[in-house]
Design a binder for this molecule. Structure first.
Ligand code: MG
Length: 251
């Protein structure tokens, strides 16, 4: 396994890729309301990404047919946007998307409420987001990669939630998926030692119920096996000698 260390120039390009992706996510968040289709959200995303002179990195990735993954309720990740999928009051939806700016990838996900949602759903979204922040407390040079993984898993499991094990975060740079893989739960080993200049996509996927997932017949959509709600939160981050820099959040 080889983990790339980005140069100062590459970091600048990653920052810009992340900054633009942040804008896309903020705009998509405003568009999410009862009655909109996931097809329309995808259209907005692709249009915005291209308006920045960037390429959607999800589109055609291993044949994926859209620029975002739109995963509703018990869908964990990789939901395919559709004209038939109309969001309704009380749904939760995770939007995962990314882009390529001058050859450099960014990747981030948010889970949104559609109108008023249950207290249980609200807590799941908040804990999933917070588990990312618990994890990145350990994201600094000299620590081990799996310190991040363990902190994410421990936090989410303290709420009785299931931490998805079949899907993981990843390094990112000139490819969307680079080494290393980044699980969201404790490992027996310690993982690579973190170094300044690594760029990582950290992405907890958390279920209200059990951690097991299944794939639908479209071979993309991942759902919770027990049918409970699932949330996803992801940012691309830069490892430094101090606090990590989150490249896909506005400062
Ligand atoms: Mg990712």
């Amino acid at each position: 396994m080889s983990v790339t260390i980005k140069s100062t120039r590459e970091i600048e390009l990653m920052r810009e890729s992340g900054r633009l992706l942040t804008i896309v996510h903020e705009e998509l968040g405003k568009a999410i309301k009862p009655g909109i289709t996931t097809f329309e959200i995808n259209r907005l995303a692709e249009e915005m990404i291209r308006s920045f002179g960037c390429e959607p990195n999800f589109l055609n990735y291993n044949g994926f047919p859209a620029s975002i993954c739109a995963s509703v309720n018990d869908e964990v990740v990789h939901g395919i946007p559709s004209k038939k999928r109309i969001l309704k009051e009380g749904d939760i939806i995770s939007i995962d998307t990314g882009m390529i700016y001058k050859g450099y990838h960014s990747d981030a996900a948010r889970t949104h409420a559609v109108g008023e949602i249950s207290k249980e759903a609200r807590q799941l979204i908040e804990v999933t987001k917070q588990s990312f922040f618990e994890g990145i407390k350990y994201a600094k040079e000299g620590n081990h990669l799996y310190d991040i993984s363990a902190a994410i898993g421990k936090y989410a499991e303290s709420f009785g939630y299931g931490v998805v094990r079949d899907l993981v975060g990843h390094g990112i740079g000139t490819a969307m998926h680079e080494d290393p893989q980044i699980p969201n739960f404790a490992q027996k080993r310690r993982g690579v030692r973190l170094q300044a200049g690594m760029t990582l996509a950290i992405e907890p996927m958390i279920n209200i119920g059990r951690p097991e997932v299944a794939w639908l017949d479209d071979d993309w959509t991942v759902v919770t096996e027990d049918g409970t709600l699932s949330a996803h939160y992801e940012n691309t981050i830069l490892i430094t000698e101090g606090e990590p820099e989150i490249l896909t959040l506005s400062k």
